[in-house]
Design a protein around this ligand. Structure first.
Ligand code: BGC
Length: 368
């Protein structure tokens, strides 16, 4: 992980302050957990037809979220500027290992914008498309659900108006290419929108949903709030009310000084080296408070919640990482959330690619 691709300084400063706030009062009423049942590994055989109305009972979308279950991000591969530049080239073995370990799903972070023409009609490079086809086929044939997203489209957040047509064209191409795929393929609108107002993002996200719905009226879609998919910004998320096939995702890396200590891509993090997470009462309460916040929003708005990224970087000590990872995963499950760990075999890796072995404390933390 030698890249320096963005500064999360704002998040680094603001989120800990907000977490501190959580200790000092103004807590929302904790929601009743929707379900504490463990997700099961299934490949749905449902064949969706385009005549099916999108106003299906909400229970279906909760079941679709439960199917995502316990997942892992195939990070640093297809969302690098070019696959391999961040040290990961996907192999068939990756999918086999993940499925055999007992994960239910993978999230496939994908940097489409680096493989799409700058001019209309904004064609996606066919070779890249074939590579993504391969990855999806690998996952599906190993019985894994797939979350395919648009990752690191930073130009979009810098210039939402100027990039809108390109963003929608990317989704139209992806959606029509995979329109006939089983409903175990989920689309996620965009990774971590940031430096964009909720009003602008809500409109853009709704337009992307609309573009996808032209060819995929029933596909399960994953949507997200602003500020790097912060649970604190769920309150400002506005979704098309009539579309009940939406799962809402947020990302969780708090305390940021612990999870991102020494992270080369976030400035100033070396001073956090040595931070531990010991599962003491205050630390546990902070996590529970934050997850309650997300769960309560989901319950109030009748939308299932997917914790699409959480993890602690390898510069933290393994005992703390395992404790934190296990606590976050169990707390998410207790609130009926599905999740995907960040990530498989790079800087946060649950798998050690050099030694060809799982990092057992992390694997056990995720799949006890
Ligand atoms: C980003 C990754 C990053 C991770 C941890 C993700 O949302 O997409 O590039 O490594 O967060 O900071």
């Amino acid at each position: 992980m030698l890249r320096i691709h963005r500064i999360r300084l704002l998040t680094a400063l603001i989120l800990p302050a907000l977490t501190l706030l959580s200790l000092t009062g103004c807590r929302p009423v904790p929601p009743t957990p929707r379900s504490t049942t463990q997700p099961t590994a299934t490949m749905s055989s449902t064949n969706l037809t385009s005549s099916e109305p999108i106003t299906t009972p909400a229970a279906d979308v909760y079941a679709a979220n439960t199917r995502l279950g316990r997942g892992v991000n195939l990070g640093n591969a297809l969302e690098a500027p070019r696959e391999g530049e961040w040290g990961v080239i996907l192999e068939e073995e990756d999918f086999r290992l993940i499925a055999e370990a007992g994960f239910d799903s993978i999230r496939l972070p994908t940097r489409w914008s680096a493989h799409t023409a700058e001019e209309a009609p904004y064609s996606i490079d066919p070779t890249f498309f074939e590579r993504v086809d391969w990855a999806i086929h690998q996952a599906l044939s190993h019985g894994l659900n797939v979350v395919l997203n648009i990752h690191h489209y930073d130009e979009l957040f810098k210039d939402p108006q100027g990039q809108e047509a390109r963003f929608l064209a990317i989704w139209q191409q992806i959606a029509s290419r995979y329109a006939d795929y089983p409903d175990t393929l989920y689309f996620e609108i965009a990774n971590e929108p940031h430096d964009i107002s909720p009003a602008v993002w809500n409109k853009l996200q709704a337009k992307a949903i609309g573009a996808i719905r032209e060819s995929n009226p029933t596909r399960w879609l994953i949507v997200t709030p602003v500020d790097w998919s912060s649970h604190r910004r769920l309150q400002e998320l506005v979704l098309p009310d009539e579309d009940r096939r939406l799962i809402v995702t947020f990302h969780y890396y708090l305390p940021f000084e612990f999870t991102h200590q020494g992270a080369e891509w976030v400035s100033g993090t070396e001073k956090w080296l040595g931070r531990k997470w010991t599962a003491n009462t205050a630390e546990r309460q902070n996590v529970m408070f934050d997850l309650d916040w997300a769960a309560k929003w989901g319950k109030d708005n009748n939308r299932p919640i997917y914790l699409g990224e959480f993890g602690a970087y390898s510069k933290a000590d393994m005992d703390s990482r395992a404790l934190w990872t296990s606590f976050v995963a169990r707390q998410a499950e207790q609130r009926g959330m599905s999740w995907a760990y960040w990530e498989f075999r790079a800087g946060f890796g649950v798998y050690d690619y050099q030694r060809k072995q799982w990092r057992e404390p992390l694997l056990k933390a995720l799949l006890p």
